[in-house]
Design a protein around this ligand. Structure first.
Ligand code: SAM
Length: 268
């Protein structure tokens, strides 16, 4: 970077810039962008991934919050016809404004850790537009996203994301790949929205409610944690053993509980 464009990494924007060429290349190979792809990069920063994404020939929209990075990005990539820059908050960005075809958008980002979970949920509101997502996240968050029933990593995040997506923990990245190095380990995850939901709930909001309630006190039995929502008889009628703890239940069982809740008459 030239003297004129010195940028000091800002903590409040979660800025840990990738500088390890080997890691950058590994991420780009995992994404395998093609000229016909429609890419969206969240938080391009100083362009560590952006350059390789643009070189694929694909159309690339990027959303960057830090105004000071805009001239740097324009200087580097402004002359590329496939580069489209949006300054703003990705959490408020309306992805439908890009008019992507169904199942086409490929989302990429080395995400600031403080926005990673809300951003994934924001994107999943339009899961039908998304072909896949590749994110660098805190390793612990990737482990929670990918976890199956039975362990301590399994919880609300695993269930609500796996409801929409297949999750693949691709590889881990150590702090030394970033400048400045973060205090935690990172990992790359691939999320692929299901073409057809494997376990569709009658009412998605009820699934959210049951899962939230169940994991509020994850050490207690379902009969106990869900008693404000479902009776012991209703839990059994949903084909679920009420003496289990929430972390022992798979997605299909949570959907059966939510569907049982949807059968209740609405209170006057
Ligand atoms: N992609 C670059 C890289 O790998 O070196 C930068 C990654 S850095 C971890 C996160 C980037 O996201 C920063 O450039 C930061 O300014 C940007 N950012 C932070 N919050 C954001 C938000 N809400 N919307 C869009 N970009 C954001």
């Amino acid at each position: 970077m030239t003297e004129q464009f010195q940028h000091r990494a800002r903590k409040r924007f979660g800025q840990n810039f990738l500088h390890d060429a080997g890691v950058i290349d590994k991420i780009l190979r995992a994404i395998r962008a093609r000229p016909e792809d429609r890419l969206l990069e969240i938080g391009p920063g100083q362009g560590a991934l952006t350059e390789g994404l643009l070189n694929s020939g694909a159309q690339l929209d990027v959303v960057e919050l830090d105004k000071d990075l805009i001239p740097i990005l324009m200087h580097q990539f402004g002359n590329k016809p496939n580069f489209h820059l949006h300054q703003g908050d990705a959490l408020k960005f309306d992805f439908t404004s890009l008019n992507p075809a169904p199942n086409s958008l490929r989302v990429v980002g080395n995400l600031p850790y403080n926005i990673s979970t809300p951003l994934i949920f924001h994107l999943l509101q339009n899961a039908n537009l998304i072909r896949d997502m590749h994110f660098m996240l805190q390793k612990e968050v990737v482990q929670r996203l990918a976890a199956g029933p039975g362990g301590g990593d399994y919880g609300r995040l695993s269930i609500m994301v796996q409801y929409h997506c297949r999750v693949e923990h691709l590889f881990n990245v150590g702090p030394g790949a970033f400048n400045p190095p973060p205090k935690v380990d990172s990992a790359i995850v691939r999320l692929v929205p299901h073409d057809v939901l494997p376990h569709p709930a009658k009412d998605h909001r009820l699934l959210e409610r049951v899962v939230r309630e169940a994991f509020n006190q994850r050490r207690k039995t379902l009969r106990n944690t869900l008693k404000a929502l479902l009776s012991s008889e209703e839990i059994t009628a949903a084909g679920v053993d009420g003496s289990l703890r929430p972390e022992q239940l798979d997605l299909a069982a949570f959907v059966r509980l939510a569907d049982k809740l949807s059968e209740q008459p609405i209170a006057e």
